[in-house]
Ligand binder design. Structure first.
Ligand code: DHB
Ligand code: MG
Length: 214
């Protein structure tokens, strides 16, 4: 079904295909979003009219390319990546996609990079995509809220994990991290949230989507 959807609605694209190929060749884990999911992120950023995007978890830069393409000419995307090798692949992929001028990849642990951004009092972000180590999702959310303002959209990936998140007998650290994230947004008066399941080439998974209201 994803093949059908992509053949009709997501155009074949040299830079995106090259990014996937280079990521695979470099031995990166195939954890990139699917093409139709990437376009979904792109559309969200367009709908939001995002000028400043924050991504936690660059990997090979596949979702980064989708998101950066939604930015206006003066828009910026900050993407945080802990692995130097991943960041190097992403930088090349972004260069090939002619997006380097809009994207700043910050190498380091996300908690430390986010702390730095908060200390620097950077302008709030319009859209945040969290797609990194699931155990730290709750911590990332707390920090992201310090970098958000009313209207900021927060999307987080992998909230279903083949149904393990809804299986109360499963207590793996990724699953408990996601449950804590869901509980946090649920109890957080500053955000309105829902979550959607997805099936397709990335298996059974889903996105949690929140809007900051104050
Ligand atoms: C994994 C991580 C992801 O962010 C993803 O989208 C798919 C898989 C993983 O760590 O297995
Ligand atoms: Mg993911």
């Amino acid at each position: 079904m994803d093949r059908y959807i992509c053949s009709r609605l997501v155009r074949e694209d040299l830079a995106l295909n090259a990014a996937l190929e280079a990521s695979l060749k470099a031995g990166l884990p195939p954890a990139n979003v699917s093409p139709n999911q990437g376009k979904f992120l792109y559309l969200l950023a367009m709908i939001r009219g995002a000028r400043r995007i924050l991504e936690i978890g660059t990997l090979g830069g596949y979702s980064t390319i989708w998101l950066a393409r939604a930015l206006p000419a003066d828009g910026v995307l900050v993407s945080i990546e802990v692995k130097t090798e991943h960041a190097a692949v992403a930088k090349k992929n972004l260069q090939f996609a002619r997006l380097s001028h809009k994207v700043s990849i910050m190498i380091g642990r996300a908690v430390e990079t986010l702390e730095h951004l908060i200390e620097e009092k950077v302008e709030p972000f319009d859209l945040v995509f969290i797609d990194a180590d699931k155990g730290n999702y709750p911590l990332y959310l707390q920090m992201v809220l310090a970098l958000a303002r009313a209207g900021t959209v927060i999307v987080c990936d992998n909230i279903v994990r083949n149904g393990r998140v809804g299986d109360s007998t499963c207590n793996a650290s990724d699953v408990t991290g996601i449950r804590q994230y869901i509980d946090l947004v649920a109890g957080q008066s500053r955000v309105e949230s829902t979550a959607l399941q997805t099936v397709g080439s990335k298996g059974w998974d889903g996105f949690c989507i929140s809007v900051v209201t104050a």
